[in-house]
Design a protein around this ligand. Sequence first.
Ligand code: NAI
Length: 336
Amino acid sequence: MELKEKRKLAFFDTKPYDRTWFEPLCAEKYEVTFFEEKLNTHTARFTEGFDAVCAFVNDDVNAAAVGRMAGNGVRILAMRCAGYSNVDLKAAEGRITVARVPAYSPHAVAEHTMGLLLTLNRRLHRAYIRTRDFNFSINGLTGIDLYGKTVGVIGTGKIGRAFIDICRGFGMRVLAYDKYPSGEDIGAEYVSLDRLFSESDVISLHCPLTGETRHLLDADAFSKMKRGVYLLNTSRGALVDSAALLDALNSGVVRGAGLDVYEEEGDFFYEDLSDTNVRDDTLALLISRPNVFLTAHQAFLTEEALRNIAEETVRNLDDFFAGRPVANEVKAKGRG
Ligand code: NAI
């Protein structure tokens, strides 16, 4: 029997865990070239002769990159993530089909969000360093009970709701804000943003980055918050104006910030830059603060999520090349 020629897939921003999950699933049908480089205007030239491209959160799939890929014959861009604010969908329209993985493990992200809060509140990151140094003093490590406190959840989609469930398990009162509130009982009271700001002891962001939500938390928003609030952002960095956050940390309005994302993370995250001079004063100032705990966009990183991402991405590619509708296609005007 004649073997069908394999489709050629260019995989960008590859990390070892990507290969672990994608290689066995792709082996039969796709000839995969794993590029370590991020996809951008310059690296899009590598896509010549490829049928498909797989990209991730910090690839810069701007109009020029899309144009280059389309010119090179790429027909589908399979994002191996939920967010797609880094893809110029307008430029892709009618030229390249764009697909994503809408949900791979909302629990992974929600659990990491609570991990950030527990770490910050009980100073686990500082305690870890101390005890390794045989410093068993607990001075300065005092937190607050989360039980009975109010958490404000902005964005009540899959991750927001998983986080609400966790917070309720801790005995917290939950307020929520969503531009498109759910009609179901989500275990939280929907309120206005201003009320959420003024009543919450903890604020957690779970809405997508859009033109409207960029810098949703700016100086004005911080000025409406309760003094001593904890801020959690595992959604997208640009939801928060980082300079305004630094001011709010300095003034004590924000007691601590647990961040898995950063506005300019595309330049840094997922790389070992420990030997280089990172020129981003805002990032440096944030990291240097003991009441800021930052992880490098790893909230999704569980075995279950990685398996789901790989399976769903390959399903998107299979559907496309088999001529079936791609259920997870994203288009210029859709919201997600
Ligand atoms: P989802 O689409 O299920 O929920 C998003 C919710 O935000 C929806 O209920 C929507 O109505 C709401 N929303 C839309 N515009 C809004 C606005 N202007 N104001 C308030 N709410 C608004 O998305 P899901 O799966 O819960 O993901 C949320 C975000 O988490 C994603 O957009 C992505 O940026 C981020 N994410 C981060 C990961 C990480 O590893 N740190 C991994 C996966 C997602």
